[in-house]
Ligand binder design. Sequence first.
Ligand code: ADP
Ligand code: MG
Length: 620
Amino acid sequence: MSKKPTTHEFQAETKQVLDIVVNSLYKDKEIFVRELISNASDALEKLRRLQLTEKDVFDDGLEHEINVTTDDSANQLTIQDFGIGMTEEELVENLGTIAHSGSKEFMEAIKADGEKNDALIGKFGVGFYSVFMVADNVQAYTRSWHAEGTGQCWESKGDGSYSIQPAEGQRRGTKLVIDLKEDFSEFAKEDRIKEIIKKYSAFVQFPVSVNGERVNTVDAIWMRSKNEIKDEEYEEFYKFQANDYEAPLMRMHFSADAPLEINSLLFVPKRNMEKMGMFRNENKVALHCRKVLIDPEPKGLFPEWLRFLKGVVDSSDLPLNVSRETMQDSDLLRKLNQVLTKRFLRFLAEQAKKEEETYLEFWKEFGVLIKEGAATDFTYREDLAKLLLFESTAMDAGKLTGLDAYIDRMAKDQKEILFLFGKSRESIEAGPYLEAMSARGLEVLLLTEPVDEYLMQTVREYKEKKIVSADSEDFELEKLDQEKDGESLDKKKTKSLCKWMKEKLGDKVSEVETGERLIDSPVCVVGGDGMGGASARRVMKMMQGMDEAMPSPSVKLQVNPGHSIIRGLSKLKDKDEETASLVAAQLLDNAMASANLLDDPREMIARSYQTLEKLASSGS
Ligand code: ADP
Ligand code: MG
C-alpha cells in the first residue's frame, strides 16, 4: 500500500465557493462551528440508523458523541465524531464537490440573487467550506463504518487543491484538525468555543463536550410542556432545525393522545424562498419516535402544498426500526398526515381571526401555496377556501377579505358569491361588468392573479353558495326599474338592431340581446353556460398558452338600449350600412377586450383605421 498522498483539484464550482468564502468579509465567522457540529451530528445520526440493521459495523462499541478540543498554544481546534466516517471515494465526492445541500443551496442563491455574497454565507452556512473562513489548513482524519478499508487523511489549505493519504490506527468517524489563521485565535479558546456551541448547538441530539466537559443537554423541546418554554428557546430551536437565520413567522406547538399520540412543533418561516424564484421548498419536518429521529425529511407526512413547513413531529406510535421506504407508504403516515393537516389548517384559521397582521404577512408569502392546495386538493377544499383572501369592491384598494366575511355582508336574497377577473383592480373597475353589480349593490371579489380564476373554477362553492364570475350567465340579475324612458330605444327597434347585428357579426357571437348588466357601457359579452363561460375560457387559454388554434368562443353580445352609441347605431344601419357594420364589429371587439378575451388585436386595429379614415374623410 502506497503511503504517498494523492493530490486532487477541487471541482470548478467548489473553487468558486472557496474563493468567495476565503475572501468574504462576513463578520459572523463563528457559524463555521455550527456547520461542523451539525455535520458531526448528521454523521452520528446516519450511524445510529445504520446500526439498527447492520451487524458488521467497525468500532461498534464507540459512543455516539462529539468531542471538541481546543489548543490555545498551537492555535488549533479539533472536532471529532464517532459517526459513519468516509471512505476515500466519499472524501472525494463529499468534500471535493459541492453536490451537497449546504454549499449547493449557497451557489444557487448566488446565481439567483443579486444579494451580497457575504449576507448569503450567513443564510446558507456554506456547509463544510465555511471552515476556510478561519483556517489556514484543515485535516480530516476519517474511517468509514465499513469493516473493510483503512483510515484516510484528507488535507487542504482551501486553495485550489486537496490531498488524500492513508492514515493508520483511525477510530471510526471523523476528526477535523483545524489550524486557525492568526487573526482567529479566538476559536482556539475554550470559553469562546463553549459559548458558540451553547448558542448554536443546544439542540444537537448527541452529547457535545469541549475539552472533556459536556456543554449541551440533549433536550427535546417538542416533548416539553408549552408554558415552560420561552419564546427565545423556540426561536433558537427553529433556527437550528430549519437552518434559518431569521426567526419564524408562526409556530404551532401541539400535542394529542388520540387517535394518535403526537407531539409536534411546526414552524412557518418568514420567507417563501420559492416565491423569490430560488428553489422549490422542501418539507423539512423531521419525524421522531420518542425523541429518536426516524427520518429528517419524510415524504408524505404533509400534503405537497404545505411544503414550506419546518419543525418536528414525534409519535410514539411509530415503529422504531422501520425502513424509510416502508414508512413512506404506511397507513400510519397517512393518518399522521390527516391529523396534522387538519390541525394546522385550524391553526391558520385561528390566526387569521386572532393575529390578523401576522396572517396577512403569511398570506403575502404563502398565499400562493394555499391557493394551490384549494385548487388541487379536494379533501381540504372547504378548510382551504376559508383561508383565501381577495380584494373586493367592498374594501379599499390593497385591503383583503375572506369568503366568510363576504357571506356575512351578503344581502338576504343574494345567492352567489361573485367575482370578476382582470389584469388589475383598475382594469376591472373600468370594464363593463362591474357597473351592473354596483347598481344592484352586489359585492364583487376582484381577482387579479392568473391562478385566481382557475382556483375559483375548481373551488366552485363555499358554504353552499355557488362561486360565479359576474360575467357568466349562471346567475340572474334582478331587473332595475330605472329605465330611462324616451332616451332608450324601444323594444321593437332594439330587437331589429339585435337581429341585424347578429347577421353582421355572424359566427363570432352566438346571440345578440338586450343586456341587463349595462348601465354606462354600450355593450358587453357574456359567456355561455357552464364550462363554455368566459371565465372558463380564460382559464383554458392560460393553461394552453396563447394558442392561435383556440376555438373561437361562442359568446353572447349584450347591448345597452339606453346608450347613445346603440341608439345612434340603430339609425345608422338604415342610412349607411357599411359604416354601421364597422361600428358593430368594433363594439364587439371592445367588449371582447374588456373581458380579456381578445386574442389578436390586429384585425381590430386594421378596422379601426378604416373607421377613422371614414371619419376623417367625412370632415373634408
Ligand atoms: P451538507 O452537510 O449540507 O451535506 P456540507 O458541506 O456540510 O454539506 O458537507 C458535505 C458532505 O460531507 C456531507 O454531506 C457529508 O457527506 C460529508 N461530511 C461532512 N462532515 C462529515 C463528518 N463529520 N462525517 C461524515 N461525513 C461528513
Ligand atoms: Mg453540513
